[in-house]
Design a protein around this ligand. Structure first.
Ligand code: ADP
Ligand code: MG
Length: 569
């Protein structure tokens, strides 16, 4: 391998040449204490910055092996080190000067969640940090002296500060690992105790603002109602109390502005682990939980929504339903059907984002519009069966209709940000009252949603340039593949644009397979998922260089993207 001295010599050779001469730098160089990899060099100073990596051998980095010998601990350590590396490197942002993106340094921007990311990896032999840097130029003329500052001064300092155990705060590092252990423990405990979620007393659920995921200052801290309080003994933190939400149907009622949606949001995001200081460190939701909402305008391809919608006016077949432009209720029906097919065991629903007619239909309306003409069987009618026969739990936030009371096992009321258990009170009121809100004849059983029948899909020919399908990403919310745009705005559990990057690559892979032959959707996603588990996120980039960061997603997110792809025939 070439050394840092060779790199320095190369740099001096190309100084003041025209920009493309930078391409000669591609390769690996041994520096004292680490290896620098230059994976990709940008074509000009205004193009996307160059891609680099730092590898430090495990023995040299010196972290205790028990900090990374189990996946969740390794991910916690990676996350911590990525943040440290990012902080150290950011001090040198644009300190090297020049035209265009000269001197820009970019790393993964981690949010409140702890996610596996390609930006920082610990593999069998080393720690690997990936980042981007704008190679400096004056106009389009190489300025090697400025790049030398980045590669021989700034980066070495940042690496020294953030990638060696001896230079980090040992106590702080240990706390991150212990937190991951405690969080993992709660996750396992959920299953053992047949709970779908746990919210610790003292948790801070609301966020600072609509644009900041930091905890709200001076928020009312969460306190479990006594009847739902459980105590856990965490391996490091010790005893902790909080609310355990049991499997079944849970209703969160209460007046407007009392904190219902905030509670549900925290549960939606409880599928992830949160960083120390977030306020939701000990808010953990069962891993498959899926937020379900209306999504007017989405495309739907070959989904059986017949338990919810049958007899459409145009006689459209709802056992194999497709549309380019779903309505509120058909989109929500498809979202439920798809989530269940993708393996969700818990559905999270907020009436704020529901199609009302999908959720409930009151008795007067039923009398006036007789069953024959109403194509919708509301969700509330199917929910009990979903739970009793298929073990699907539901948490519904609703303040507007009494019909939900009839189906709920547990009823919480949010009042001034405090949670109360009003189950017994409501059940007393309901005693003797017949649930006249519901017609008893359900046209199609919810069981068809669990059919293992193959869903065979094929996609249209994709738009290509030089044989390649182009992916373009638009932040967190969408990406395009060829000419088709996939809108992820309403997948509310996708939080990070790096997850969107992962999903774009996943969908490209699936679409390329389905372009040549029709395939069973579940089998195709399973195969891709297996590949990710075995070979990691970076296996998604075969013939191109890796985007600096991709973040972990769930298998059901991959399904969700495929489901929204408009190229399916
Ligand atoms: P709802 O869904 O019941 O109408 P929200 O959950 O939307 O109410 O909350 C209303 C407002 O109260 C939001 O601005 C939210 O940030 C704030 N809020 C929610 N929970 C708390 C809390 N525990 N402490 C302080 N403010 C809160
Ligand atoms: Mg609300």
């Amino acid at each position: 391998m070439k050394s840092s001295v060779d790199l320095d010599k190369l740099l001096m050779d190309i100084n003041r040449k025209s920009y493309p001469a930078y391409k000669d730098l591609k390769g690996s160089y041994q520096f004292p204490g680490y290896q620098l990899d230059i994976y990709h060099v940008q074509g000009d100073p205004f193009a996307a910055p160059s891609k680099l990596g730092i590898q430090v051998k495990k023995e040299q980095a010196g972290f205790p092996e028990e900090y990374y010998n189990i996946d969740y601990r390794r991910i916690a350590l990676q996350d911590y080190l990525e943040r440290q590396f990012g902080k150290a490197v950011m001090e040198y942002m644009f300190k090297a000067k020049g035209s265009g993106k000269s001197g820009l340094i970019s790393v993964s921007r981690c949010g409140q969640e702890v996610l596996e990311r390609t930006a920082f990896e610990i593999d069998s032999g080393s720690l690997l940090a990936r980042f981007e840097a704008g190679f400096p130029a004056n106009g389009r003329t190489i300025n090697s002296y400025e790049l030398r500052k980045i590669l021989f001064d700034y980066i070495p300092k940042a690496v020294e500060k953030s990638m060696y155990y001896k230079n980090l705060d040992a106590e702080e590092t240990r706390r991150k690992i212990e937190l991951s252990e405690d969080q993992h423990f709660i996750r396992e405990e959920l299953e053992k105790r047949k709970l779908v979620a746990f919210i610790a007393n003292g948790a801070v659920l609301p966020r600072e603002s609509g644009v900041s995921q930091k905890p709200m200052k001076n928020a009312v801290k969460f306190q479990s109602p006594a009847s739902m309080e459980i105590e856990l003994e965490l391996p490091y933190k010790g005893k902790i109390k909080g609310m355990g939400i049991p499997e079944g149907i849970t209703l969160v009622a209460g007046g407007g502005y009392h904190g219902k949606s905030t509670l549900l949001k925290a549960l939606e995001q409880g599928i992830y682990q949160h960083i120390e200081g977030d306020g939701r460190e000990y808010v953990i939701t069962s891993g498959t939980a899926a937020k379900i909402r209306a999504e007017d305008g989405r495309a739907v391809s070959h989904v059986n929504i017949s338990p919810f919608i049958s007899d459409l006016p145009n006689k459209k077949n709802t056992t194999d339903f497709s549309t380019e432009d779903a309505s509120g209720s058909t989109s929500q029906a498809a979202n439920v059907a798809e989530a269940l097919q993708a393996g969700a065991k818990v559905l999270l629903i907020d009436e704020d984002t529901c199609a009302t007619n999908f959720m409930v239909c009151d008795s007067l309306m039923q009398e006036v519009v007789s069953g024959e003409h109403e194509p919708i069987t509301p969700f509330t009618l199917q929910a009990r069966k979903l739970y009793e026969e298929h073990g699907i739990s539901v948490i519904i936030v609703a303040g507007s209709s009494g019909s939900y009371f009839y189906i709920a096992d547990k009823i919480l009321q949010m009042d001034n940000y405090h949670a109360y258990d009003i189950t017994d009170k409501v059940h007393k009121i309901l005693e003797g009252r017949e649930s006249k809100y519901y017609r008893q004849d359900i046209p199609v059983s919810a069981s068809v949603l669990f059919d293992k029948k193959k869903r065979i899909l094929k996609v249209k020919k994709m738009d290509k340039k030089r044989g390649q399908v182009k992916i373009k990403q638009f932040g967190r919310n969408s990406f395009s593949i060829g000419k088709e745009t996939v809108d992820l705005r309403y997948l509310e559990q996708i939080l990070d644009s790096e997850q969107t990057t992962t999903l774009a690559y996943c969908l490209k892979e699936l679409a390329e397979q389905m372009e040549t032959r029709e395939m069973d959707a579940a089998a195709a996603v399973d195969r891709l998922w297996g590949q990710l588990q075995e070979k990691g996120l970076k296996s998604l980039c075969k013939d191109t260089y890796l985007p600096v960061s991709m973040a972990q997603v769930r298998k059901q997110d991959i399904f969700a993207c495929l489901d929204r792809y408009r190229g399916i025939i």
